[in-house]
Design a protein around this ligand. Structure first.
Ligand SMILES: Cc1ncc(C[n+]2csc(CCOP(=O)(O)OP(=O)(O)O)c2C)c(N)n1
Ligand SMILES: [Mg+2]
Length: 1001
């Protein structure tokens, strides 16, 4: 915008606004800024006021503004001009003296009016800093900021207030027109300044601190403003108050009961934050009114048992039974009671509606469940056809220290607006007890609030004093209404305290003596609220005592029942049941993974066909790739991408929904996949090849993800839990990128079934291979996954058992593979669905192999009757005369190319036999032993391209040696701290040495 145009806009806006002020002052009419522009809010107010000063007396403001105002084209704006322009007939000629007095009076009025407007806005923007949200009264957010700003100053006694320099006591009873950006007036359009301040104090500076002016959407701001400011907004009916009281009674008495019956038992009690139950219950109730049918919840340790009982309605008997040592009914390692999940279809009396409430099982590792539960929610929305998140919603509860400290919180929240990941808004609740174990907030975060991550994702935050139960219920209702209306994230910061130590074993006075002196003097929230309601005449002492007794009786009854429970059932704690799946499958049968010739033809032909050129312009390079694909199809050969397409295409045909995400997966990091073409002439137009394979196929959800591994992998694991009729794949760009997602492997993928009997068929694809790409991009660190495999290497399975392979799979915690043919990749992927159970797969995928002729399969290897090969025995010249073979190399992965090329080159094909172990875990003992026995005269080695202290060597060594009863040697790179060298020369040297070792007979 040119300066002149800019000036004109300012002038026009100024004229309009100043006129509105002048006019409204005169006529006491409704002032509204009809024209929203960038000159709204305090900017324009400031400029207006300053301009008037400047116009009146040059030199009254800083001279640096002269240029700016002088540069406005045309003569300077005069108040008279404005009045003349808008009300020419009402202005009578006046004497010079009168005019200057009028001018002063109007200017004064405008100033005051602007000041009041600014004051209102200050309350809306900054009132939360002064809100009394801390039940302990120890801190205000404003003092936090002042202290950090004036770190060296003595800040005691400095009072934080919202003030306006222009107004004082003498203006208190003056009446001011209310701007349209406040609702404090209700039906009144003007109020005295005293009343304005009083109402603003009530709304913004008492038990609720509302942060919302940072939101981008004006409708969101207006919604919150209306729900918070409208007079009476916080009022509750008698019934509502009595309900809150009953809910508090249950929450408080349950904790007391635990403390009495099991005083030393760790349960991470909710004492000090019991009104969280009121918050959740209000959300659940209101959500049913708004059409929500399912809530997927996750939460950390604090108060979890209370939530399970009072919100998820888990049977008290089941909870109490968890306190005693009992033998479990099912196999599995199980988990501690405050990690377990559950689900229920709850009937809500307030609305006469049913809702499914589930609590996801989660590990100790704080916040790792956050992305998981969001992925689960998205999946449930998918299965319900709930495209806008009207029916399914996530609620995630956090601790204050974890919420501000764990990066995965951001990794989860920033998915909120991504089309392929959104769940249309989650409710986040922070159980903010103002401490993390023994660490104070001032040493645990750099921001005033633990919830400040919300600001990055455009979410409003409601800080609320947990000891004001009605305020808690109010913000809960606003939050769920906001989420359901705008389908965006919202954060509730329940500011409470922790009455006892971090766990029931801890002594908090060691580290927080002052805080805990104060805490000792605190009454429980049911008492505080009970007194309030008694004073209001809403409950009597007898009511309260009656409710307490009623609940105590219930607790005692279940305590007795729990004594009768003799076996612990992990199955009772399942959070996402796969109803009917296991019952409908033959546990001993793996379905056919081969596909018919017709299917191979349909899919492969489609996969190499470009859309019609008149309709869609694909990149020339893609056309070249498709031409190559077509050539291969004509030859009846598949490369890696074709093997994958055949697997996906056939599963989609079989109505198996596929969800496949990761960074750049649509094209494929190494540009081998190309499942999505981009129109070269129309921005944003794409053609998704496998989406249009069969008219009634299942949905193929292939999506590039954000640059996050922890968040996205967690998300996809959550997605995979939703159903067995689903193939979920996450692909890392390079294997090492999975490093940052390690907690998801360690706490969900590798042991989720063992801990919580929840199965997942997720496939994690990790590009792997030592190929000179540098230390990180050369290693998927397969050894890490192998180390977490749960078999006993001293226990060789019964090799005569025909079902051995399936039994091995059933009892395995996961499957670890490095497959070397497209056909084997195809069969492995299809086997995920063909199995009568679900297991996660960690798959080292090729990099150079994606385009290498070695990684090719004939179409005949995809036909019915063919299947996944756990190990690929030698099939070349060496296998024809085994007695002449001098060297037997067991290997895994891409090193097979090196071995194969080398022995061809050196004419050693009949002397070196190679057996590729494609499925490292469960270990294919039977095939390996057959190979070993076949080459009686051969010396046996395990060969890998990785360094000796890495790769599959150590895992394979112990199993091979136990199986063969003799020592075997390793051919590898030497041990190394880094996974590969970054120096080309060194890489070449290492490779040369490796090759020498391979061919040495
Ligand atoms: C990722 C992770 N780091 C550290 C811990 C150990 N730990 C368990 S609870 C806790 C304090 C958590 O504080 P907060 O999030 O405020 O929850 P609170 O216990 O106060 O409810 C810590 C450090 C953990 N479980 N997970
Ligand atoms: Mg805490």
């Amino acid at each position: 915008m040119s300066l002149t145009r800019f000036s004109c806009v300012i002038r026009a806006t100024q004229k309009l606004q100043v006129y509105q002020w002048a006019w409204s002052c005169k006529h006491k009419a409704d002032y509204s800024s009809r024209a929203e522009s960038f000159l709204t809010g305090s900017n324009v107010n400031y400029l207006e006021a300053q301009y008037l000063d400047w116009a009146k007396t040059k030199g009254s403001i800083d001279s640096s503004w002269d240029n700016f105002y002088d540069s406005l084209s045309g003569p300077a704006l005069q108040i008279e001009d404005i009045q003349d322009e808008f009300s020419p007939t009402t202005v009578k000629p006046k004497s010079k003296q009168d005019t200057s007095k009028d001018k002063e009076a109007i200017t004064e009025k405008i100033k005051l009016h602007l000041a009041v407007q600014n004051l209102i806005r200050s309350y809306q923007a900054r009132g939360h800093l002064l809100a009394k949200t801390d039940p302990l009264g120890l801190s205000l957010a404003a003092s936090y900021i002042m202290k950090s700003k004036n770190a060296t100053l003595e800040t005691k006694g400095l009072e934080c207030r919202i003030v306006s320099r222009e107004i004082g006591e003498k203006h208190m009873d003056m009446v001011f027109k209310l701007p349209d950006r406040t609702c404090i007036g209700g039906t009144e359009t003007e109020l005295s300044l005293r009343e304005i301040i009083h109402r603003l104090e009530n709304v913004y500076c008492r038990s609720i601190g509302t942060e919302y002016l940072h939101l981008f959407d004006i409708d969101c701001i207006n919604f919150i403003r209306e729900r918070m400011e409208t007079p009476g907004a916080l009022d509750k009916s008698v019934e509502e108050k009595r309900l809150i009281m009953r809910r508090l009674t249950k929450a408080v008495f349950l904790e007391k009961y635990f403390a009495t019956k099991w005083p030393a038992e760790k349960r991470f009690g909710l004492e000090g934050g019991e009104s969280m139950v009121v918050m959740l219950e209000e959300i659940v109730d209101t959500s049913t009114k708004l059409g929500v049918e399912s809530i997927v919840m996750a939460m950390q340790h604090r108060g979890r048992l209370n939530m399970l009982v009072n919100v998820c309605r888990k049977q008290l008997t089941d909870i109490f039974a968890q306190f005693k040592p009992m033998e479990p009914k099912e196999a599995g390692s199980g988990d501690i009671k405050y990690h377990l999940g559950t689900y229920i279809h709850r009937f809500i009396r307030r609305t006469n509606k049913y809702i499914k409430v589930s609590m996801s099982a989660n590990p100790s590792h704080l916040e790792v469940v956050s992305p998981v539960v969001v992925g689960k929610t998205r999946a449930e929305q998918y299965w319900k056809g709930d495209n806008n998140g009207d029916k399914v919603m996530a609620i995630i509860m956090h601790g204050d220290a974890a919420f501000s400290g764990q990066g995965v919180v951001y990794e989860t929240m920033h998915l909120g607006n991504l089309p392929a990941f959104t769940t249309h808004g989650s409710i986040h609740i922070v159980c903010n007890n103002q401490i993390g174990y023994t660490t104070d907030p001032r040493f645990a975060r750099s921001s005033p609030y633990c919830s400040d991550v919300a600001k990055c994702v455009d979410a409003p935050v409601f800080h609320v004093n947990a000891d004001d139960a009605e305020a808690v219920a109010h913000v809960a209702r606003v939050a769920i209404e906001y989420r359901c209306k705008f389908k965006k994230d919202v954060v509730l910061d329940l500011v409470c305290y922790r009455r006892f130590g971090h766990s029931e074993e801890d002594e908090p006075m060691f580290t927080q003596p002052f805080m805990y002196k104060k805490i000792k003097s605190m009454q429980t929230v049911d008492k505080i609220y009970g007194e309030k309601l008694k004073a209001e005449g809403i409950v009597t002492d007898a009511d309260v005592k009656g409710w307490e007794k009623e609940y105590m009786d219930t607790l005692n009854r279940h305590f007795e029942l729990a004594k009768k429970v003799t076996k612990l059932s992990i199955m009772d704690w399942i959070d996402t049941p796969w109803t009917g799946f296991f019952e409908a499958r033959d546990p001993k049968k793996v379905e056919e993974t081969g596909i018919s010739e017709t299917s191979i033809n349909t899919i492969s032909r489609h996969f190499c066909k470009a859309p019609e050129p008149w309709a869609f312009e694909v990149h020339k390079g893609v056309n070249r790739i498709l031409a190559n694909r077509e050539k291969m199809v004509n030859e009846g050969v598949a490369d890696w991408a074709m093997g994958e397409a055949l697997a996906f295409g056939s599963l989609l045909r079989d109505k198996i929904h596929i969800r496949f995400t990761g960074e750049d997966v649509e094209r494929g990091t190494m540009a081998h996949r190309h499942h999505v073409y981009h129109h070269q002439g129309v921005d944003g137009a794409t053609y998704r090849v496998l989406d249009v394979l069969y008219p009634d196929q299942a949905n193929y959800a292939l999506h590039n993800s954000s640059l996050s591994e922890f968040g996205i992998l967690g998300y996809e694991v959550g997605y995979s839990y939703s159903s067995p009729q689903l193939l979920t794949i996450w692909e890392a760009q390079y294997g090492d990128f999975a490093d940052t997602a390690q907690p998801v492997f360690d706490t969900f993928i590798c042991n989720g079934e063992s801990k919580w009997v929840c199965q997942s068929g997720i496939v994690v694809q990790l590009p792997h291979g030592v190929d000179g790409a540098g230390p990180e991009h050369s290693s998927g660190r397969v050894e890490r996954y192998l180390q977490a495999c749960d078999d006993d290497e001293d226990n060789i399975p019964d090799l005569d058992d025909k079902e051995m392979a399936l039994k091995q799979l059933r009892s395995a915690n996961w499957i670890v593979c490095n497959v070397t043919t497209p056909a084997n990749y195809f069969h492995l992927i299809r086997r995920q669905i063909a199995l009568p159970f679900r297991k996660p797969v960690i798959l080292m995928t090729p990099k150079v192999g994606l385009k290498h002729p070695f990684y090719r399969s004939k179409f005949s290897e995809f036909l019915p009757g063919t299947c996944f090969q756990r190990a690929i025995p030698e099939a070349g010249p060496a296998s024809k005369k085994p007695e002449c073979v001098k060297k037997l190399l067991f290997c895994s992965g891409k090193v097979a190319i090196t071995i194969d090329e080398l022995r061809k080159e050196k004419k050693l094909e009949d002397q070196i036999a190679m057996c590729r172990i494609e499925q490292l875990f469960p270990f294919p003992y039977d095939i390996v032993l057959q190979e070993f026995c076949k080459y009686e005269c051969a010396k046996v080695y395990f060969c890998q391209e990785e360094h000796k202290n890495q790769g599959p060597w150590l895992f394979a060594k112990v199993r091979l040696e136990n199986l063969f009863g003799k020592k075997i040697e390793c051919i590898s790179r030497p041990p190394s701290a880094a996974s590969a060298t970054g120096i080309k020369w060194m890489h070449a040297k290492e490779l040369k040495e490796l090759k020498e070792k391979i061919i040495k007979i």
